[in-house]
Design a protein around this ligand. Structure first.
Ligand code: HEC
Length: 124
């Protein structure tokens, strides 16, 4: 009986470890989506999704041939700068390092919005 319950306990622990490591293996675009929907993600008070619900309107923002991005703060030469401008001006948050994992995740999410659009190549 004791052997059985020990074995059961071990299996339970293994399952736990497995599910935790599985959860940590989120794709960058999934992490970006979580940030996009989180009002507190960048120290601000509104989420990106409150103005761009489900990323609508940003489908072309991650396209390879895109050269200029526009938002209410102005015109920008990179997607990262446009994201940071929306973070500071619209979300009232703090700009993030363009090389940070958070930025890579945001870019990955925005790129993923354009997938499946005809005649366009996502990939920025
Ligand atoms: C208060 C509203 C508001 C919030 C919040 C907001 N944006 Fe924007 N954003 C806009 C408007 C308006 C535009 C310009 C029109 C458009 O492209 O939809 C824009 C434009 C952009 C563009 C450029 C689109 C292009 O193709 O040129 C990107 C990228 C972008 N936003 C990303 C974000 C991200 C990421 C967040 C969260 C950090 C965010 N926005 C939060 C209002 C907002």
């Amino acid at each position: 009986m004791k052997v059985l319950s020990t074995a059961f306990f071990l299996i339970l622990v293994l399952c736990l470890i497995f599910s935790v490591s599985f959860a940590a293996k989120q794709l960058p675009e999934e992490r970006g989506k979580t940030l996009f929907n989180d009002p507190k993600a960048f120290g601000g008070s509104v989420s990106c999704a409150s103005c761009h619900p489900d990323g609508k309107g940003l489908e072309k923002a991650g396209m390879k041939d895109k050269k200029e991005w526009t938002n209410p703060a102005g015109k920008f030469k990179s997607l990262e700068e446009a994201i940071n401008a929306c973070i500071t001006m619209a979300n009232k948050g703090k700009a993030i390092d363009v090389k940070s994992q958070e930025m890579k995740d945001m870019v990955a999410y925005i790129k993923s919005l354009g997938k499946g659009m005809k005649g366009k190549s996502p990939g920025y």
